[in-house]
Design a protein around this ligand. Structure first.
Ligand SMILES: Cc1cc2nc3c(=O)[nH]c(=O)nc-3n(C[C@H](O)[C@H](O)[C@H](O)COP(=O)(O)OP(=O)(O)OC[C@H]3O[C@@H](n4cnc5c(N)ncnc54)[C@H](O)[C@@H]3O)c2cc1C
Length: 454
């Protein structure tokens, strides 16, 4: 059995003091959850509105999914784009992707404005395909992206595979034939099965460190307008007629609005005096999955990589739980206790939680889950002089829409959401944070694929 041991948490401030909520207070906006969604929401509330805000975190800043992910920054959905088009129409689907693309700029703006120093490296990442059917499945997304002016790169297909002639005509203009050697070079694999590459803009970020530093910046810059209380678990929300109240173990916060940035697994009740049952109808439909990660360190830091690999027999399904379609791999320079290393992380597998089963960060994990990624690493990369040092897991909340929920609860305008990681959540959280600030500011906000629906 393995302990949850995330490399991202090792870079956090070691002697930081946490403050918990001890007495009843009033504020304008309560944000529940201090992951990247909660803290970027706080940032935009402070910089784009004149509201006062309080963040309530049940554990510590950045110790949820934000501190247990793969740290690949990418503007995509795990759900195939063609499915989103079918549900919402092309205009809204494209606007949805576009808003996530714009979150790149928001992230860079935050880094520039706050002067937070946190390793953030941008480059082109790759997705590797070992079977034609896997590639064809993903080409529709590339087609939509290209046709609608979203950033896209040529899809590279190997001469040796003979796949090009079998690719449907509508997708051929997206593809370019190259020797397989070039494909393997881009994927940085030894494995001879890979015959195609899709490329994307990517970056690597320690989202936990970013979130912690941003939280401290908010506290320092706006001391009279914000507070962050850690170890202040919210166990109830009372939507009273006049003033909503958020209840923690020790005390209460009354407010005008509440923003849930809990990733979807809050384990609290919501009671409304109008008896509209927000709780049962909405909150219990976020489905959980635990994502497992493995990290290897080696000397000679030099490489940045953020790739995914569709191994033989794997295919992206419509239901994110029906398959683990790929392993995702990142490489980065990593500053750890004894100096700078190359850190290689491997993401996968993902295991579904039973309905409303409670996840605990402290859970130890069966060796088999770790062995799956170690086997993958051994088959794909040169593992000499590499030390297996980290193994960790985190919670992913999948919404029924398959995309993040951002916006106002349709039955209760004082309750807002920026939650549901759906596999890829760093940029969507930031996009959501900006949108929540616009709602709170009373601006007219356009309808999107992220709107909570009934
Ligand atoms: C294994 C794994 C790999 C991933 N890889 C990537 C990746 O490469 N790229 C990417 O973009 N995304 C990735 N993600 C998703 C991404 O990490 C998340 O979407 C993002 O961090 C979510 O941030 P969040 O703030 O919404 O949630 P969290 O970071 O989980 O924060 C929610 C916070 O709410 C708090 N909370 C919950 N309930 C309560 C309560 N009742 N009272 C008080 N506080 C409460 C929790 O303690 C937690 O701190 C990955 C996720 C996992 C698990």
């Amino acid at each position: 059995m393995k302990k949850n041991n995330s490399p991202w948490l090792t870079q956090l401030h070691k002697d930081r003091n946490s403050v918990s909520l001890q007495k009843d207070i009033h504020t304008d906006v309560v944000v529940v959850g201090a992951g990247i969604a909660g803290i970027t929401t706080l940032y935009f509330l402070l910089t784009q509105t004149d509201k006062h805000a309080v963040v309530l975190e049940g554990h510590k800043i950045s110790h949820g999914a934000t501190g247990h992910n793969a740290g690949q920054v990418v503007a995509e959905f795990e759900k195939p784009l063609k499915e989103i088009v079918l549900e919402h129409g092309i205009e809204k689907a494209v606007a949805g992707v576009h808003s996530i693309e714009l979150a790149w700029d928001l992230l860079k703006e935050i880094l520039k404005e706050t002067k937070i120093t946190v390793p953030f490296h941008e480059f082109v990442g790759c997705g590797g395909y070992s079977e034609l059917v896997q590639l064809v499945n993903d080409l529709e997304t590339e087609k939509i992206r290209k046709e609608h002016g979203l950033p896209s790169f040529p899809v590279l297909v190997s001469f040796e595979s003979g796949w090009f002639t079998q690719i449907p005509e509508v997708y051929k203009t997206l593809c370019k034939e190259v020797p397989q050697e070039e494909i393997l070079e881009r994927l940085e694999v030894l494995h001879p099965d890979y015959h195609a590459v899709i490329q994307q803009n990517k970056a690597v970020l320690n989202s936990a460190l970013f979130t912690e530093k941003l939280a401290l910046w908010c506290l320092e810059k706006f001391p009279s307008r914000c507070s962050i209380f850690e170890y202040s678990f919210v166990h109830g929300i009372e939507l009273e007629e006049k003033t909503p109240v958020v209840i923690t173990n020790e005390a209460k916060v009354s407010c005008e609005k509440i923003v849930l940035c809990t990733n979807g697994f809050e384990n609290f009740y919501i009671h409304d005096t109008k008896d509209i049952d927000i709780d049962g109808k909405f909150h219990h439909v976020v489905q959980g999955a635990v994502g497992y990660m493995t990290g290897f360190v080696s000397e000679h830091p030099e490489k940045y990589m953020a790739n995914y690999y569709y191994d033989t027999g794997k295919i992206r399904g419509n239901d994110p739980f029906s398959s683990d379609p790929y392993f995702y791999v990142t490489k980065r320079n990593f500053n750890h206790d004894a100096g700078m290393f190359q850190l290689t992380t491997i993401g996968g597998p993902e295991v579904r939680l039973d309905n409303r089963e409670i996840y605990h960060r402290e859970f130890e994990t069966a060796d088999e889950l770790q062995n799956a990624s170690v086997r993958f690493a051994e088959q794909h990369f040169d593992m000499t002089d590499v030390e297996h040092r980290f193994f960790w897991h985190g919670l992913m909340g999948y919404t029924t829409s398959g995309v993040r929920l951002v916006g106002v609860e349709p039955l209760e305008p004082r309750l807002l959401y920026n939650l549901g990681c759906n596999g890829v959540g760093i940029l969507p959280s930031i996009m959501g944070a900006r949108k929540i600030a616009r709602h709170v500011n009373g601006e007219k906000v356009e309808e999107t694929i992220f709107d909570p629906k009934r």
